[in-house]
Design a binder for this molecule. Structure first.
Ligand SMILES: [Fe+2]
Length: 467
């Protein structure tokens, strides 16, 4: 195949590693560029005052003038593209460098071809790397830095998000990530990293191949799915109360919920089920998303740790009311007191109907079925459909039932006016605190800085035993 002629551009290479620098110089030269290698930022500044270059490739982490300082200096003095070589250790600097206008990044270890492609991309008209897909944000899932506290080596590539649709791989499968490094990121205000969706799926044991969930699911357009995700994100935003809770915890819960919905959306059949929720009654999907979000918030507050559990919980909570798709809308919009006995029974059957629907979706975890079945049980055995008591109720269902009640009271619905979070908690805790799992109730109170009554957990447990 004929080789594309690459114009002789001059590249300044700044790398303090005396063994690595000659290898890089050789690769750059072999690609048809003229290259000048220097061992540090200060040397680069001097030579840039004497000679002309077309682009700079620099390491970030160097003694003396480092790559970010060099970039900032160049931006002030020369209109030159600067590519920075970076690694997991340099994440904070990489984000700064992106802000300062770096032309590109190379994550160590990189291949020769990646280096040459990054250089070529600096020169319009020359061979450029493949165009970026439009929706990169849809291809990554957000992870809390807390997931890396173990400090063990990672089995997936890890990315940082530089800006909308712009990601950089900052750690490779097999690499060790030190606890100290994670701590230092948190101190620098970095709270999230990213994983590509396929890896995330494996990471959380997500297996939502819901083949056969819906009789005929024709191919659903990408635009429709994107719109749906946008709509979902708006619902999550709308259900967050401005003053409380803590922003970092909220962001974590939001990313878990949005990632699970994104994963479900990839599967046409799962998407069709979500769409049913969305189209059956306006408020039903909004309520489901909010319950999913508050369930994860409560689990985070309870210091649960496993990402896999969070994803299971958020999915189960999202589908908890799926049985309502079989209940006529007129019944769903009536107030509880205006329902006839038959109508109330029909409404209550959404739990068993939901469990039935979900048990027919083979990829969905069995916990989701239990959540749909038991989210209206209460700890003293007055709930439905099976009047289960505290220990017999699935732990995820117990948590979802608190989130469900809270969302019912605080969010707009056709049959009631919403109340403020503190008022909702007050109502739940003064009227029927023994209905709920006491630890989850405390998590809810703490989340909104509601004063927890002294000996609350002990008192509630005593009353639950006595009933
Ligand atoms: Fe329900």
């Amino acid at each position: 195949m004929a080789k594309t002629l690459v114009p002789k551009k001059r590249i300044l290479l700044v790398e303090d590693d005396d063994f690595f620098r000659p290898t890089l110089e050789e690769s750059i030269q072999a690609a048809g560029y003229e290259v000048r290698g220097v061992p540090g930022g200060a040397e680069a500044q001097s030579i840039l005052g004497l000679e002309t270059f077309d682009a700079v490739v620099s390491d970030i982490n160097m003694p003396g003038v480092n790559g970010v300082q060099l970039l900032n200096w160049i931006k002030r003095h020369r209109p030159l593209p600067v590519i920075l070589m970076t690694g997991f250790a340099d994440l904070a600097e990489t984000l700064d460098a992106h802000e300062s206008g770096a032309a590109g990044f190379l994550t160590k270890p990189f291949r020769k071809e990646e280096l040459i492609a990054a250089i070529a991309a600096c020169f319009p008209g020359s061979a450029a790397p493949a165009a970026e897909p439009e929706d990169l944000d849809g291809q990554y899932c957000k992870l809390s830095l807390d997931d890396f506290v173990s400090g063990s080596n990672i089995s997936y590539d890890i990315y940082a998000r530089l800006s909308a649709n712009k990601y950089i791989r900052i750690a490779y499968n097999g690499q060790d990530i030190s606890v100290e490094r994670i701590k230092s990121y948190k101190q620098k205000g970095i709270h999230h990293l990213y994983m590509n969706k396929e890896d995330f799926r494996r990471y959380v044991n997500f297996n939502a191949k819901l083949v056969g969930a819906v009789a005929k699911s024709s191919k659903i357009s990408k635009a429709k799915k994107l719109n749906f995700l946008k709509h979902t994100a708006e619902i999550v935003s709308a259900s967050i109360f401005g003053d409380t809770p803590d922003r970092e915890v909220v962001e974590d819960a939001r990313s878990i919920v949005e990632s699970s919905i994104q994963l479900l959306t990839d599967d046409d059949d799962a998407f069709a089920v979500l769409d049913v929720l969305n189209s059956h009654a306006d408020f039903l999907y909004a309520h489901s998303v909010a319950v999913s979000f508050y369930s994860v918030l409560l689990a985070r507050q309870l210091k649960w740790k496993s990402q896999a559990t969070f994803v299971k919980l958020s999915e189960g909570a999202l589908f908890h009311d799926i049985g309502k798709k079989e209940i006529p809308k007129e019944i769903l919009t009536k107030t509880r007191t205006s329902l006839s006995v038959e109508e109330a029974m029909l409404l209550e059957s959404h739990t068993t109907r939901g469990a039935q629907i979900l048990s027919e979706l083979p990829g969905l975890p069995s916990d989701a079925v239990q959540i749909a079945l038991e989210h209206h049980e209460n700890c003293v055995g007055f709930g439905f459909p099976r009047r289960l008591r505290h220990n017999k109720i699935h732990p995820l269902a117990k948590l979802v039932s608190v989130a469900n009640e809270f969302c019912k009271l605080t969010l707009k619905s056709p049959n009631r006016e919403p109340v403020a979070p503190l008022q909702a908690i007050n109502q739940m805790m003064t009227l029927n605190s023994e209905y709920y799992d006491p630890e989850t109730s405390v998590a809810l109170m703490n989340l909104f800085h509601y004063p927890v009554p002294p000996l609350f957990v002990e008192d509630v447990k005593k009353r639950q035993r006595a009933t």
